[in-house]
Write a protein that binds this ligand. Structure first.
Ligand code: ADP
Length: 220
């Protein structure tokens, strides 16, 4: 179910910040974008609700730009660690409740967490882990870590499973893996209860621990 539109402040409009800001706006949210560089602000101005040239190290400038009225702020300033940390503090000071921040390394990650960022993102590490999982098993797609040891993956049905019913795979008994459902193209074929018949290249949505998912993939 899509969430109700909310208002977001994206601070730092480099590649990462711009991508997030544009996508949030595209899916119906109000987005204020802030950057210290005029050309970065103009590049995104037509795609989001409001784009402002401001220095995020300056609390008053953030307040004036309306950051305090936003539900969520994303601090997407990259290399300049001092500016990133100050932007996080200032965003909090102007009253934003939920702050996500991009870190450049583990130490920075710790600092931002201590400053009260609800979620700290290390984009390169997160994408690196994702890529490794998909490279490791090309049939495993859209790997999503649930953060508690469990993962959701989309698994492309291989030749040898074509024609079988979902129940015949005995995913739960044999591997401790749950199936959340089967997709064919953009259609949802059904859940375990519907016991759909699989076709090669259907997408099987699986929930399980990493090793259990790996055991299932290795059994084929
Ligand atoms: P990316 O890897 O996402 O491109 P960058 O570090 O290149 O990340 O981009 C960060 C953005 O943050 C840049 O557009 C930069 O102009 C902006 N920025 C840096 N310092 C400040 C600041 N004090 N206030 C607002 N924006 C800033």
């Amino acid at each position: 179910m899509p969430s109700a539109p909310r208002s977001f402040a994206v601070i730092g409009l480099g590649t990462f910040g711009t991508t997030v800001a544009r996508e949030l706006a595209r899916i119906g949210n109000e987005v204020i974008g802030i950057d210290i560089e005029e050309r970065n602000v103009s590049a995104v101005a037509d795609h989001i609700s409001y784009a402002v040239i401001a220095d995020a190290r300056d609390e008053a400038a953030l307040r004036e730009a309306g950051v305090g009225d936003c539900d969520v702020a994303l601090i997407a300033i990259g290399e300049d660690l001092e500016a990133n940390v100050l932007a996080t503090i200032n965003t909090k000071m102007v009253g934003v409740e939920t702050i996500w921040a991009k870190a450049i390394n583990r130490t920075h990650h710790r600092i931002l967490s201590k400053l009260g960022a609800e979620r700290v993102i290390l984009p390169e590490e997160e994408v690196g882990l994702h890529v490794a999982q998909v490279l490791h098993n090309p049939r495993m797609r859209n790997y999503l870590s649930m953060g508690n040891g469990f993962h959701v993956v989309n698994f492309l049905v291989p030749e040898q499973l074509g024609g079988k019913r979902l129940s015949e795979l005995r995913l739960r008994d044999k591997f401790g893996v749950r199936s959340l459902g089967v997709m064919r193209g953009t259609d949802f074929l059904g859940t375990e209860a519907d016991d759909p018949q699989l076709k090669v290249e259907d997408k099987l949505m699986l929930l399980g621990r990493r090793n259990d998912l790996r055991d299932f993939a290795a059994s084929l």
